[in-house]
Design a binder for this molecule. Structure first.
Ligand SMILES: [Zn+2]
Length: 263
């Protein structure tokens, strides 16, 4: 199975779904990580162009820890919009990887880069198998055979911008991969050091562990990661991640039988 996780900035994947990706990689699946932005605004000290290169290197190192590839579409921070050229680029990314499973940002989150990434990836999943959709690439990859399974991670702190909790469909028990998740996040040294310097505590790693522990507690395990599945018309309706990860996936919120009754 091929899995593609696309988020907005370098380190978002590590915060929100790296434990699950590590489980998938451990089970022998092919994992790809991509970000739309290169994270160039993430420092007050380092100039954007220099920082972009540093952060891409950190993301590449992090991905390599689970044998994953890393691709950056090289947009700058606060320059991610769901427009035609970007949609073409994200669709081409999907066609190149040909994933069965796609994981992306929550449709509701604290900032627009995350929300725009979410809607771009949602559209790209629909467009990648559309044969007449032209991505404008010089050497275009072939269309995908079908729409992939699409999952959304938690937003940051699990809430939308009104502070309301964003619903969850299931939580994955990542207790056995929390260590590798932590090591992946530590690869983002420029972010971690900046926060250490400014806040005086290792808030970066602690925040990730606190949130993972919070999600884990909801299903009675040490650490967890929450997801929602895109179940709109034409998207796959069964839960492939549950099939792959088995008992580590704890369904919540939306009973699986409800959908069958309605159809
Ligand atoms: Zn982000």
């Amino acid at each position: 199975m091929r899995i593609l996780a696309v988020h907005a900035h370098p380190d978002d994947v590590e915060f929100l779904c790296a434990g699950t990706l590590a489980l998938l990689a451990k089970a022998g699946h092919e994992v790809h990580i991509a970000t739309i932005s290169n994270g160039d605004m993430g420092s007050v000290d380092i100039p954007p162009e220099e920082l972009a290169e540093i952060r891409k290197g950190e993301a590449r190192k992090s991905a390599s820890m689970i044998g994953a590839t890393y691709t950056c579409l090289d947009y700058g921070d606060f320059r991610i919009f769901n427009d035609h050229p970007t949609r073409q680029k994200v669709t081409e990314l999907l066609r190149k990887v040909q994933p069965e499973v796609v994981i992306t940002a929550s449709p509701q989150d604290y900032m627009s880069d995350h929300e725009n990434t979410s809607s771009l990836v949602r559209d790209a999943c629909f467009l990648a198998p559309t044969p007449h959709y032209d991505t404008g690439a010089d050497d275009p990859a072939p269309p995908m055979r079908s729409i992939p399974y699409l999952y959304y991670t938690d937003p940051i702190e699990g809430k939308d911008f009104f502070g309301d909790p964003v619903p969850v469909h299931f939580i994955v028990d990542i207790s056995e991969t929390i260590k590798i998740k932590e090591e992946m996040l530590k690869c983002h040294a420029s972010r971690r050091e900046w926060l250490l310097k400014h806040h005086g505590v290792d808030g970066y790693i602690e925040a990730m562990k606190r949130w993972s522990a919070h999600r884990g507690k909801e299903i009675g395990v040490a650490y967890g990661e929450a997801f929602r599945q895109h179940l709109g018309h034409a998207y796959p309706q069964d839960n492939l991640l549950k099939e792959i990860l088995g008992d580590r996936v704890h369904p919540l919120g939306r009973p699986d039988t409800l959908r069958d009754d309605v159809l």
